[in-house]
Design a protein around this ligand. Structure first.
Ligand code: HEM
Length: 498
């Protein structure tokens, strides 16, 4: 049209070419222009990473994510191209960052409060513009986050300590439910049950079938992990997504039933004040018309799945000297009684053990964000809409720590400046449960250690335990059976359930 307007006599492109030039030259010229454009496009990007290569680069990089898994692909790219890399996911520019100054910049600023993920994938698991974890609509997310902040701080946080102690003792008394035929403990299952029970007691308060829900949560995680970065074409093939859709429906259905029971309960109780927990607050917000039923359901679901497996407990088995050190501290601080909130700041070795476990064997090694405006990070231009993956797992092994590739409490002997260690993320979209998570991990670990010695099964030491889940938010080990041997300690007092 432009050619026509500017030069009506010459709008036929072949007539621009001298008669002597064969007609076949035109497509070749066009192709060369096209290649020149692509070549120029590649050269303009100052950020290290694989080449665009006529669109093959984006295909290969997305393929790599699907084939290797997000975690392995990120480590591969950072290792190959450096700590600030540009790749593509679903054709969208994606930066993988493991440099502490850049990670700090992203976490700190409000224009990175969104995340990214396949819209269709998130819709299938109920997270699209609902709940908090992958709610990528900043306005909706802002309305939801205060419900979580309130429930995970203040009086709830203090109450959680006693709940964790009680629940750990209760579950240790029922070890037979998680014991394999060979007589070993499936510790992953045990931890999941304790986490679910404590979360239920504090946030929902409705009796539930633990083993059934634990299984549904596991399947939900698998679905989340599988669908988060799938290309749209995957969702066109219904039999491929069916299994995942059903897993999501299953857990959502179970939550719906529990929330309905909660509604019934709230309508009959005398003193509402005593039942004003997280779920009640959401239900009342729905009654006021502030939240949809779907959103309430998703928020409760996410709160119940958020407490990740504190699997790092397995490290005790490989580090008996650390275990002894912790036991000495526990005895010195608490003597014969169980843990209370005043003890928390005095358990320094336990705290460093948890930090070192999260650093060395992280439960969350990637954080996904999206740039909501143009920016410059450490000299690299970032366009609005760019996807960002913060590779904190790698970052924690690259900078500052004296023994980065070893599990050693020496790594936390000196005060670690916050920019070098961010297992919970930070800033406006940081982990909303970071304080309660530390409290839960300390309370459960101390209660467990006071009663049992934990050992991995002979021949299945830590080196044999593969982390094969790399979800960017709350990953869990999908190792089906992590078996351990629990031996009761002789010196714990009688009334503590040992
Ligand atoms: C070892 C324990 C935990 C670790 C390492 C962890 C880590 C993280 C990380 C890295 C993020 C992303 C932060 C960011 O984008 O900057 C996150 C988000 C979140 N965490 Fe945790 N977390 C833990 C425990 C918990 C617990 C116990 C809860 C609640 C019961 C919780 C609730 C959440 C929620 C709701 C979000 C999403 C926040 C948002 O998007 O606004 N986390 N967590």
């Amino acid at each position: 049209m432009m050619l026509e307007t500017l030069n009506p006599t010459h709008y036929n492109i072949t007539s621009l070419v001298p008669d002597t030039m064969p007609v076949a030259t035109v497509p070749i010229l066009i192709l060369m222009c096209f290649l020149f454009l692509i070549w120029n496009h590649e050269e303009t990007s100052s950020i290290p990473g694989p080449g665009y290569c006529m669109g093959i680069g984006p295909l290969i990089s997305h393929g790599r994510f699907l084939w290797m898994g997000v975690g392995n692909a990120c480590n591969y790219y950072n290792k190959t191209y450096g700590e600030f890399v540009r790749v593509w996911i679903s054709g969208e520019e994606t930066f993988i960052i493991s440099k502490s100054s850049s990670v700090f910049h992203v976490m700190k600023h409000w224009h990175y409060v969104s995340r990214f993920g396949s819209k269709l994938g998130l819709q299938r698991i109920g997270m699209y513009e609902n709940g908090i974890i992958f709610n990528n609509n900043p306005a909706h997310w802002k309305e939801i986050r205060p419900f979580f902040t309130k429930a995970l701080s203040g009086p709830g946080l203090v109450r959680m300590i006693a709940i964790c102690v009680e629940s750990t003792i209760y579950h240790l008394d029922k070890l037979e439910e998680v014991t394999t035929e060979a007589g070993n403990i499936n510790v992953l299952n045990l931890m999941r049950r304790i986490m679910l029970d404590t979360s239920n007691k504090l946030f929902l308060g409705i009796p539930l079938d633990e083993s059934a829900i634990v299984l549904k949560i596991q399947n939900y995680f698998d679905a989340w992990q599988a669908l988060l970065l799938k290309p749209d074409i995957f969702f066109k093939i219904s039999w491929l997504c069916k299994k995942y859709e059903e897993a999501a429906k299953d857990l959502k259905g179970a939550m719906e039933t529990l929330i309905e029971q909660k509604r019934q309960m709230l309508s009959t109780v005398e003193k509402l004040d005593e039942h004003m927990d997280f779920a009640s607050q959401l239900i009342f917000a729905q009654n006021r018309g502030d939240l949809t039923a779907d959103n309430v359901n998703q928020c409760v679901l996410e709160m119940m799945i958020a407490a990740p497996d504190t699997l790092s407990v397995i490290l005790i088995a490989e580090h008996p000297t650390v275990e002894e050190e912790m036991m000495r501290e526990i005895e010195a601080v608490m003597g014969d009684r169980d843990i209370q909130s005043d003890d928390m700041p005095n358990l320094k070795i336990v705290e460093n053990f948890i930090y070192e476990s999260m650093r060395y064997q992280p439960v969350v090694d990637l954080i996904m964000r999206k740039a909501l405006q143009d920016d410059v990070i450490d000299g690299y231009p970032v366009k609005k809409g760019t996807n960002i993956i913060l590779n904190i797992g790698r970052m924690h092994k690259l900078e500052f720590f004296p023994k980065p590739n070893e599990f050693s409490l020496e790594n936390f002997e000196k005060n670690v400046p916050s920019r070098y260690f961010q297992p919970f993320g930070f800033g406006p979209r940081g982990c909303v449960g970071k304080f309660i998570a530390m409290v839960m991990m300390k309370a459960i670990l101390v209660t467990l250690l006071r009663r049992c010695r934990v050992r991995t099964m002979k021949g299945r030491g830590l080196n044999n335990i593969q982390k094969n889940n790399d979800l960017s938010m709350h990953p869990i080990e999908t190792q089906p059976l992590l078996e351990m041997i629990f031996t009761p300690r002789r010196n714990t007092n009688k009334n503590q359930g040992d």
